[in-house]
Design a protein around this ligand. Sequence first.
Ligand SMILES: [Zn+2]
Length: 217
Amino acid sequence: MASNHSNNTSPHAQVSHIACPDCDLILSVPPLAVNEVAYCIRCDATLLRNQKNSIDRTLAFAITGLILFVISNLFPLLSLKAMGLTQESSLLSTALALFEADRPLLSLIILLTTFIFPAITLLGTIYILIQVKTNRINRYTALLFRFLRRTDAWGMLEIFMLAILVALVKLGDVADVIYGVSLYAFCLLILSLSLLSYSLNPQDVWNSLRNKQGCSL
Ligand SMILES: [Zn+2]
Protein backbone atom coordinates (compact mmCIF):
# COMPACT_ATOMS: atom_id res chain seq x y z
CA MET A 1 0.00 0.00 0.00
CA ALA A 2 1.26 3.46 -0.84
CA SER A 3 -0.20 6.51 0.84
CA ASN A 4 0.30 10.19 1.50
CA HIS A 5 0.41 11.05 5.16
CA SER A 6 -1.06 13.56 7.54
CA ASN A 7 -1.46 13.50 11.30
CA ASN A 8 -5.14 13.02 12.20
CA THR A 9 -6.40 9.43 12.22
CA SER A 10 -10.18 8.96 12.01
CA PRO A 11 -11.65 7.62 15.26
CA HIS A 12 -13.83 5.17 13.27
CA ALA A 13 -10.95 3.66 11.32
CA GLN A 14 -9.78 0.07 11.84
CA VAL A 15 -7.65 -2.44 9.94
CA SER A 16 -9.56 -3.48 6.84
CA HIS A 17 -9.12 -6.20 4.26
CA ILE A 18 -10.00 -4.75 0.90
CA ALA A 19 -10.12 -6.33 -2.56
CA CYS A 20 -8.62 -4.08 -5.21
CA PRO A 21 -11.47 -2.97 -7.51
CA ASP A 22 -9.21 -3.34 -10.58
CA CYS A 23 -7.07 -6.47 -10.02
CA ASP A 24 -8.87 -8.23 -7.09
CA LEU A 25 -5.72 -8.43 -4.96
CA ILE A 26 -6.68 -8.67 -1.27
CA LEU A 27 -4.79 -6.14 0.84
CA SER A 28 -4.70 -5.27 4.53
CA VAL A 29 -5.14 -1.54 4.96
CA PRO A 30 -4.23 0.02 8.32
CA PRO A 31 -6.22 2.97 9.72
CA LEU A 32 -5.79 5.99 7.48
CA ALA A 33 -5.31 9.55 8.62
CA VAL A 34 -7.69 12.22 7.35
CA ASN A 35 -7.05 12.99 3.66
CA GLU A 36 -4.79 9.94 3.38
CA VAL A 37 -5.26 7.64 0.40
CA ALA A 38 -4.38 3.94 0.06
CA TYR A 39 -3.36 2.54 -3.32
CA CYS A 40 -3.02 -1.02 -4.61
CA ILE A 41 0.60 -2.19 -4.58
CA ARG A 42 0.09 -4.18 -7.77
CA CYS A 43 -1.87 -1.86 -10.10
CA ASP A 44 -1.88 1.46 -8.24
CA ALA A 45 -5.69 1.69 -8.21
CA THR A 46 -7.24 3.73 -5.38
CA LEU A 47 -8.31 1.36 -2.60
CA LEU A 48 -9.50 3.71 0.07
CA ARG A 49 -9.49 7.40 0.91
CA ASN A 50 -10.22 8.87 4.30
CA GLN A 51 -11.97 12.13 3.56
CA LYS A 52 -13.04 14.52 6.27
CA ASN A 53 -16.84 14.77 6.72
CA SER A 54 -17.37 12.20 3.96
CA ILE A 55 -20.81 11.16 5.29
CA ASP A 56 -22.13 14.74 5.64
CA ARG A 57 -20.79 15.86 2.26
CA THR A 58 -22.15 12.79 0.47
CA LEU A 59 -25.55 13.27 2.11
CA ALA A 60 -25.61 16.89 0.91
CA PHE A 61 -24.82 15.81 -2.67
CA ALA A 62 -27.48 13.07 -2.50
CA ILE A 63 -30.21 15.46 -1.28
CA THR A 64 -29.19 18.02 -3.93
CA GLY A 65 -29.27 15.24 -6.52
CA LEU A 66 -32.75 14.15 -5.42
CA ILE A 67 -34.11 17.70 -5.80
CA LEU A 68 -32.53 17.96 -9.27
CA PHE A 69 -33.89 14.51 -10.17
CA VAL A 70 -37.44 15.63 -9.30
CA ILE A 71 -37.05 18.85 -11.34
CA SER A 72 -35.58 16.86 -14.25
CA ASN A 73 -38.71 14.73 -14.37
CA LEU A 74 -41.31 17.42 -13.70
CA PHE A 75 -40.68 19.51 -16.82
CA PRO A 76 -39.76 18.83 -20.48
CA LEU A 77 -36.08 18.39 -21.29
CA LEU A 78 -36.51 19.75 -24.81
CA SER A 79 -39.17 21.14 -27.07
CA LEU A 80 -38.93 20.82 -30.84
CA LYS A 81 -40.77 23.33 -33.02
CA ALA A 82 -41.26 22.69 -36.74
CA MET A 83 -43.99 23.59 -39.24
CA GLY A 84 -46.18 25.09 -36.53
CA LEU A 85 -46.07 21.97 -34.39
CA THR A 86 -44.38 21.68 -31.01
CA GLN A 87 -43.20 18.38 -29.54
CA GLU A 88 -42.05 18.24 -25.93
CA SER A 89 -40.00 15.39 -24.52
CA SER A 90 -39.13 14.41 -20.98
CA LEU A 91 -37.16 11.50 -19.54
CA LEU A 92 -40.23 9.33 -19.01
CA SER A 93 -41.95 10.33 -22.26
CA THR A 94 -38.81 9.24 -24.15
CA ALA A 95 -39.07 5.74 -22.69
CA LEU A 96 -42.82 5.68 -23.35
CA ALA A 97 -42.34 6.82 -26.97
CA LEU A 98 -39.87 3.98 -27.58
CA PHE A 99 -42.34 1.49 -26.08
CA GLU A 100 -45.10 2.76 -28.36
CA ALA A 101 -42.69 2.48 -31.31
CA ASP A 102 -42.38 -1.28 -30.69
CA ARG A 103 -38.99 -1.00 -28.99
CA PRO A 104 -39.90 -2.44 -25.56
CA LEU A 105 -36.36 -3.61 -24.70
CA LEU A 106 -34.80 -0.24 -25.50
CA SER A 107 -37.61 1.47 -23.62
CA LEU A 108 -36.93 -0.70 -20.56
CA ILE A 109 -33.17 0.00 -20.72
CA ILE A 110 -33.80 3.76 -20.91
CA LEU A 111 -36.25 3.53 -18.00
CA LEU A 112 -33.84 1.52 -15.84
CA THR A 113 -30.67 3.50 -16.55
CA THR A 114 -32.10 7.03 -16.53
CA PHE A 115 -34.90 6.77 -13.99
CA ILE A 116 -35.06 3.68 -11.77
CA PHE A 117 -31.38 3.14 -10.89
CA PRO A 118 -30.58 6.85 -10.34
CA ALA A 119 -33.69 7.09 -8.11
CA ILE A 120 -32.66 3.99 -6.15
CA THR A 121 -29.10 5.34 -5.79
CA LEU A 122 -30.26 8.73 -4.48
CA LEU A 123 -33.04 7.49 -2.17
CA GLY A 124 -31.00 4.51 -0.92
CA THR A 125 -27.91 6.64 -0.22
CA ILE A 126 -29.96 9.23 1.69
CA TYR A 127 -31.72 6.49 3.69
CA ILE A 128 -28.47 4.73 4.63
CA LEU A 129 -26.50 7.87 5.48
CA ILE A 130 -29.32 9.19 7.69
CA GLN A 131 -29.36 5.81 9.45
CA VAL A 132 -25.58 6.00 9.97
CA LYS A 133 -25.78 9.59 11.25
CA THR A 134 -28.69 8.91 13.63
CA ASN A 135 -27.33 5.53 14.76
CA ARG A 136 -30.49 3.71 13.66
CA ILE A 137 -28.87 0.98 11.58
CA ASN A 138 -30.97 -2.16 11.17
CA ARG A 139 -30.27 -5.64 9.78
CA TYR A 140 -31.27 -4.61 6.25
CA THR A 141 -28.96 -1.60 6.01
CA ALA A 142 -25.90 -3.65 5.01
CA LEU A 143 -27.88 -5.57 2.37
CA LEU A 144 -29.15 -2.32 0.88
CA PHE A 145 -25.70 -0.73 0.91
CA ARG A 146 -24.16 -3.78 -0.75
CA PHE A 147 -26.91 -3.65 -3.41
CA LEU A 148 -26.23 0.05 -4.01
CA ARG A 149 -22.49 -0.57 -4.40
CA ARG A 150 -23.13 -3.32 -6.96
CA THR A 151 -25.64 -1.31 -8.99
CA ASP A 152 -23.69 1.95 -8.77
CA ALA A 153 -22.55 1.77 -12.40
CA TRP A 154 -26.00 0.95 -13.80
CA GLY A 155 -27.19 4.54 -13.84
CA MET A 156 -26.11 5.91 -17.21
CA LEU A 157 -27.32 9.47 -17.33
CA GLU A 158 -24.12 10.59 -19.06
CA ILE A 159 -24.80 8.31 -22.04
CA PHE A 160 -28.37 9.58 -22.27
CA MET A 161 -27.01 13.15 -22.20
CA LEU A 162 -24.66 12.26 -25.04
CA ALA A 163 -27.62 10.92 -27.04
CA ILE A 164 -29.48 14.20 -26.43
CA LEU A 165 -26.49 16.21 -27.68
CA VAL A 166 -26.23 14.08 -30.84
CA ALA A 167 -29.98 14.53 -31.44
CA LEU A 168 -29.64 18.29 -30.94
CA VAL A 169 -26.93 18.51 -33.59
CA LYS A 170 -28.95 16.42 -36.06
CA LEU A 171 -32.29 18.12 -35.45
CA GLY A 172 -30.91 21.64 -35.25
CA ASP A 173 -31.24 22.09 -39.03
CA VAL A 174 -34.85 20.95 -39.35
CA ALA A 175 -36.50 22.23 -36.18
CA ASP A 176 -36.23 24.94 -33.57
CA VAL A 177 -34.91 23.41 -30.36
CA ILE A 178 -36.07 24.95 -27.09
CA TYR A 179 -34.13 23.91 -24.01
CA GLY A 180 -36.32 23.16 -21.00
CA VAL A 181 -35.45 23.92 -17.38
CA SER A 182 -35.18 20.16 -16.87
CA LEU A 183 -32.21 19.99 -19.23
CA TYR A 184 -30.20 22.30 -16.96
CA ALA A 185 -31.36 20.35 -13.90
CA PHE A 186 -30.38 17.13 -15.69
CA CYS A 187 -26.84 18.42 -16.33
CA LEU A 188 -26.49 19.43 -12.68
CA LEU A 189 -27.90 16.04 -11.64
CA ILE A 190 -25.09 14.29 -13.54
CA LEU A 191 -22.58 16.52 -11.74
CA SER A 192 -24.20 15.83 -8.34
CA LEU A 193 -24.09 12.07 -8.90
CA SER A 194 -20.42 12.25 -9.89
CA LEU A 195 -19.59 14.29 -6.77
CA LEU A 196 -21.65 11.89 -4.64
CA SER A 197 -19.70 8.94 -5.99
CA TYR A 198 -16.37 10.71 -5.44
CA SER A 199 -17.11 11.94 -1.91
CA LEU A 200 -18.60 8.70 -0.59
CA ASN A 201 -16.08 6.69 1.38
CA PRO A 202 -17.69 3.21 1.56
CA GLN A 203 -15.35 2.19 4.37
CA ASP A 204 -16.90 4.82 6.67
CA VAL A 205 -20.31 3.22 6.16
CA TRP A 206 -18.98 -0.34 6.52
CA ASN A 207 -17.17 0.60 9.75
CA SER A 208 -20.41 2.04 11.18
CA LEU A 209 -22.31 -1.08 10.15
CA ARG A 210 -19.69 -3.41 11.67
CA ASN A 211 -19.98 -1.60 14.98
CA LYS A 212 -23.67 -2.50 15.20
CA GLN A 213 -24.89 -5.83 16.53
CA GLY A 214 -27.37 -7.77 14.41
CA CYS A 215 -26.08 -6.28 11.21
CA SER A 216 -25.85 -8.91 8.44
CA LEU A 217 -22.35 -8.27 7.06
ZN1 LIG B 1 -4.90 -3.65 -7.94
